[in-house]
Design a protein around this ligand. Structure first.
Ligand code: ZN
Length: 365
């Protein structure tokens, strides 16, 4: 016969054992779910996943494209680029398109819908996918020239009436809280996406230095990270949710320059970096760095956050080689390849011979 104390002790033991079993089961479930997620979830839309099955490494070139003539030259270059292994072109068109929804925005030189289609068809025959781009939020001026959008809609400016001739600033931004700006921008995105038969869209968003300005009655005093995230999320709702395209952005505003050891250009010193926690992880982040380093901590940082990462280099050649070599060591399925940016350093007719393309892209096998 057991004493009352012993029975009580055994009961406690059994309850503890039951709790331990439940806890073990719960832990096993969590581990199984995490393993299932990591093995199957590379993020992104249907197109990117299916296209990547045949093109596991994205060897891309980013270039500004602003006229029919330039587009024709690019079409002529496609066989040479394909031979180098190029399978993606990111064409930054911005406002230089024959927009029917907002013809007032069209500058003197622009790309017609017919020529855009010609490019897409020719690229497809070479196994190259074309991703059009409008640089959103920031970069709404360059030097003394204000972009067509803010020229025609000055009320969208984050700093309306300030900085005559753009003196004292790097680039203008539009206000992410202006209730009218997205109506215009989404119409432009739709037209460009249709003309380029796009399955993915690059929304730019690099080097946004003016955000939450004291000159904006809506944004003054607001958290720059939340404002930047709002702009990303509004665009994502349209590009990914409504239009079913994949979305790409530049990565610099998601990175803490001080914590990661980067400059104020390729990472943020203006408090936008908290946005990294506030935006969807199915966005492809083009993580750009142009300096030769031994370590590029943003690459594992963004991968660990769950994004697909597209390392993006420029020049000099040694920097592109170092960045490429570091990125290839990551061995993560969400690292999708390499994007060579060009930034006015090479003419369209010379793309295939430019060393940061010719010597670097073929290393991505
Ligand atoms: Zn504002």
């Amino acid at each position: 016969m057991y004493s009352r104390e012993f029975v009580s002790y055994r009961l406690q033991q059994e309850v503890r054992g039951f709790r331990t079993a439940l806890l073990s089961l719960a832990i096993a479930c969590v581990i199984w779910q995490a393993a299932a997620a990591s093995s199957s979830d590379e993020g992104g839309g249907t197109w990117a996943k299916s296209w990547r099955t045949n093109n596991p490494i994205w060897r891309g070139i980013h270039l500004a494209l602003h006229s029919d003539d330039q587009t024709e030259t690019l079409i002529e270059q496609l066989p040479k680029l394909s031979k180098l292994g190029v399978n993606v072109l990111v064409t930054e068109v911005n406002y230089s398109f024959d927009y029917q929804s907002h013809p007032e925005i069209r500058p003197g030189q622009f790309i017609t819908k017919a020529r855009a289609r010609e490019l897409v068809d020719a690229a497809r025959k070479q196994g190259i996918s074309v991703i059009p781009q409008i640089n959103c939020l920031g970069h709404q001026s360059w030097s003394r020239n204000t972009s067509e959008l803010l020229k025609h809609y000055p009320q969208f400016d984050e700093t309306p009436g300030q900085y005559p001739e753009n003196q004292g600033i790097y680039c203008r931004s539009w206000c992410p809280q202006n209730p009218e700006v997205n109506k215009v921008v989404f119409a432009l995105i739709d037209e460009l996406a249709d003309a380029f038969e796009a399955n993915a869209f690059h929304a730019g968003m690099d080097e946004v230095f003016i955000v939450g300005s004291e000159h904006c009655p809506r944004c003054k005093g607001k958290d720059p990270g939340k404002l930047f995230a709002k702009a990303v999320n509004d665009l994502h709702a349209h590009i990914v949710h409504d239009r079913k395209m994949d979305m790409l952005i530049w990565g610099d505003r998601l990175l803490d320059a001080k914590a990661l050891g980067y400059s104020l250009w390729e990472a943020a010193t203006n408090s936008t970096q908290s946005a990294v926690e506030l935006i969807p992880k199915d966005i492809i982040v083009c993580d750009w760095h142009y300096t030769e380093m031994t370590n590029y901590p943003s690459v594992p940082f963004l991968l660990e956050k769950g994004f697909r990462v597209w390392p993006s280099g420029w020049q000099p050649l040694e920097a592109t080689k170092a960045f490429g070599a570091f990125s290839r060591q990551q061995k993560n399925p969400r690292l999708i390849g390499y994007l060579a940016t060009t930034w006015r350093k090479v003419k369209v007719q010379d793309l295939a011979e430019w060393p940061p393309i010719a010597e670097v892209l073929p290393k991505w096998k």
